[in-house]
Design a binder for this molecule. Structure first.
Ligand SMILES: [Zn+2]
Length: 342
């Protein structure tokens, strides 16, 4: 079972904390503390830019919307950044300062190949729950994290080592160029398993691999490079590589049956002044999805939409006047993805 944790409403939060941490929802003014899928773990981070603050918009606005101002440069930061061979991640040093050692706050059901493995705090929290779920589902087997956050230098080493061991052709299929790996973000993890008898079994060979695939979204993870995705991702099938995107987006991506590249592209048609993507959890644990006008979105679900980064220093983010929580993340491709719980 997923454990849900309450968090206190955040007032003014730093942009870095807001944009780099997935699952970090900000409570709308005047609302009670919401229930979150992920516990908020406060992190001491350097402020990358001015704090998010409410602004008055000069343009006429629908009565149901208000605006918050974020630095346009923040479009390259956040939990929902797209990182691939076309979309380099330039903020690995910032990400490093945001990550934490997994071992410092680890479930007993999660094992690590090294004490230096780091991830974003909310990704660690979700991974712990994922490992607890796997332990329960398998009757005592454990997830083993084999690789997590990587610096640019480390990614270079990984590439060189892979070329040495398996040749350049294989390295190009399985190892991203430095800057193009999701491992630079702190939201990606490679997983294997250790069975109750101590045997190490690759995830794909584990008898409950189907459980992992069917349930990873409930913990906020997607299998980032599924079978047949090479044409778009330029990465071969990696049954071990999971990307944390938060429960809402993992559910949407699963329902829409899209690769992450396709999903980020798909969201661009949903904007606050046209229609947004509305989703509500159903009895099967998935989501029912439909486009709606923002004013027609019903309570109890969540909405997702896109805001293009403005060319000036700041971008106005439209938000429903009445919402429980929201999060803003850059997509690393010129815009922001907004997630609002209603
Ligand atoms: Zn990986």
């Amino acid at each position: 079972m997923l454990k849900y944790a309450k968090h206190c409403s955040l007032g003014i939060i730093s942009l870095a904390a807001c944009l780099l941490a997935v699952g970090m929802f900000t409570a709308c003014a005047g609302e009670n503390s919401p229930i979150l899928p992920n516990e908020i773990i406060p992190v001491d981070v350097p402020s990358l830019s001015p704090e998010v603050s409410p602004v008055e918009s000069a343009a006429p606005t629908p009565a149901s919307l208000r605006y918050e101002n974020v630095p346009s440069a923040a479009a390259n930061y956040g939990a929902l950044v797209l990182v691939n061979y076309l979309s380099k991640y330039e903020h690995t040093e910032d990400a490093l300062s945001m990550t934490a050692h997994i071992g410092d706050n680890k479930s007993k059901n999660l094992l690590l190949t090294g004490s230096d493995l780091r991830l974003m705090p909310d990704t660690i929290h979700a991974l712990n729950e994922f490992a607890d779920g796997f332990f329960e589902a398998t009757g005592g087997d454990r997830l083993l994290a084999t690789s997590a956050f990587r610096t640019l230098e480390y990614q270079q080493q990984v590439y060189v080592q892979y070329v040495k061991e398996r040749g350049e052709e294989m390295a190009k299929l399985y190892v991203a160029d430095p800057g193009c790996s999701e491992h630079h973000t702190g939201y990606a993890v490679d997983l294997s398993t250790i069975c109750a008898d101590g045997a190490r079994v690759p995830l794909i060979d584990h008898e409950r691999f189907d459980w992992v695939n069917a349930n990873c979204a409930a913990y906020g993870f997607i299998l980032r490079y599924p079978v047949g995705s090479e044409g778009i991702t330029r990465v071969a099938y990696e049954p071990w590589h999971f990307r944390y995107v938060g429960r809402e987006h993992a559910a949407l991506i699963t329902e829409l049956d899209m690769l992450y590249e396709e999903y980020v592209e798909h969201l661009r048609v949903y904007t606050a002044d046209t229609e947004v993507l509305y989703a509500a959890y159903n009895a099967d644990g998935g989501v029912d999805v439909k486009p709606v006008k923002i004013a027609d979105a019903e309570r109890g679900g969540f909405i997702v939409y896109y805001v293009k980064a403005e060319s000036g220093d700041t971008t106005n983010i439209p938000l429903p006047d009445e919402c429980l929580e929201y999060s803003v993340s850059g997509d690393n491709a010129g815009g922001f993805i907004i997630t609002v719980k209603l």
